[in-house]
Design a protein around this ligand. Structure first.
Ligand code: CP
Length: 348
């Protein structure tokens, strides 16, 4: 197995907050470790290690796969979901805590960190202040409260590196060529969803050197700092990034259509405006027709959960184009690789 420069690789004790902190060779190396662990698990690699998991928002895949990853490597995990068996946690700075939350993250996070060897945190965007969410300030402030242990980002306001790493592995498993056309397509949802997954997926595809096309309606452009970061990464990897407001034009010759829902950025946080927009955009649902001009065998990816027959038609999800289950399973192997690196002592 080829090893990349140790300075560039995810190291023991490092945070895992943004995949873009690592060069593409280091990510490819991490993906190879994930593939290796899938074939040859190491059930004692993290014996005696404990992973803490703090979920400030709901989850199915991340919640289950992080615990399974730790158990499969011989470690253990505990899960805290504030307000559901543990104290409600306040995260706003300098507030008078006379509401429902009994504890502030300034005490809660360092306390939890003292019980484990690494702490995974899920903390979604507040969805009100675009600048604040794009800067990921709230998550980075939380990570600063835990200086001694690795922090793993389980989805912050603007990032989801575990999803992006699993997606990279899925592309490798499917043998999708590095410079092929990758379409990140907005799809409808009843509610305005956060920008974390589209931002992380765009970054990942740019780092992998794809010809990336973001298909999205007017008013749904991804924020300029995210686009600028992606353009820079794409240039470095020999790829490109552009936008397209017509879905069928965007899908032509695509190897991958990655469907994802997100809220309007032109009127960020305005749920009423979002509902008015979405009412006119049902034709953005992915159907078999969406693949009519794609390159065979073009695949559908989606991070899940997905709203059937709103975001993606049943026939696509149940048909041979869909790789969404394999994609979700890859969360396990990808996160095992991350945990192996940040908590382990050796690499085989
Ligand atoms: N894709 C993803 O992160 O799924 P969950 O929200 O269920 O964890």
């Amino acid at each position: 197995m080829t090893q990349s420069n140790p300075q560039q690789r995810l190291r023991v004790g490092a945070h895992f907050i943004d995949l873009a902190e690592y060069p593409s060779e280091a990510i490819a190396d991490l993906v190879r470790l994930a593939q290796h662990l899938e074939q040859k698990p190491e059930p004692r690699a993290l014996a005696g290690k404990i992973l803490g998991l703090l979920f400030l928002n709901p989850s199915l895949r991340t919640l289950a796969s992080m615990q399974a990853a730790m158990f499969r490597l011989g470690g253990q995990a505990f899960v805290i979901t504030p307000g559901q068996g543990s104290w409600g946690l306040e995260s706003r700075p300098h507030v008078r805590m006379d509401g429902a939350a009994a504890e502030h993250i300034r005490e809660g996070l360092p306390v939890l960190a003292g019980y484990c060897d690494a702490l995974g945190i899920r903390a979604f965007a507040h969805g009100e202040d675009l600048h604040a969410d794009v800067s990921d300030a709230a998550f980075l402030a939380m990570a600063k409260l835990i200086p001694a242990q690795p922090v793993i980002n389980l989805e912050s306001a603007i990032n989801h590196p575990c999803q992006a790493l699993a997606d990279w592995k899925t592309l490798e498993d499917l043998q999708v060529p590095r410079h092929s056309k990758f379409v990140l397509s907005w799809v409808p949802h009843p509610k305005p969803l956060p920008l974390a997954v589209p931002a992380a997926v765009l970054t990942m595809a740019a780092q992998r050197g794809h010809e990336v096309v973001i298909a999205r309606p007017e008013g749904f452009a991804l924020p300029e700092p995210i686009m600028a970061k992606a353009r820079q990464l794409a240039e470095r990897a020999g790829g490109s990034v552009r936008e397209c407001a017509d879905p069928m034009t965007a899908y032509a010759d695509a190897h991958i259509i990655y469907a994802k829902e997100w809220g309007t950025t032109s009127a960020y946080g305005d749920a009423e405006h979002y509902r008015e927009c979405v009412a006119t955009l049902s034709h953005w649902q992915i159907t078999e027709q969406s693949f009519s001009h794609s390159l065979p065998p073009a695949r559908l990816l989606h991070c899940l959960p997905v709203r059937r027959n709103v975001a993606v038609d049943d026939r696509v999800l149940d048909g041979p184009r869909s790789s969404v289950i394999a994609q979700a399973h890859n969360r396990l192997w990808a996160q095992m690789a991350v945990l192996h690196r940040v908590l382990g002592q050796r690499f085989t």
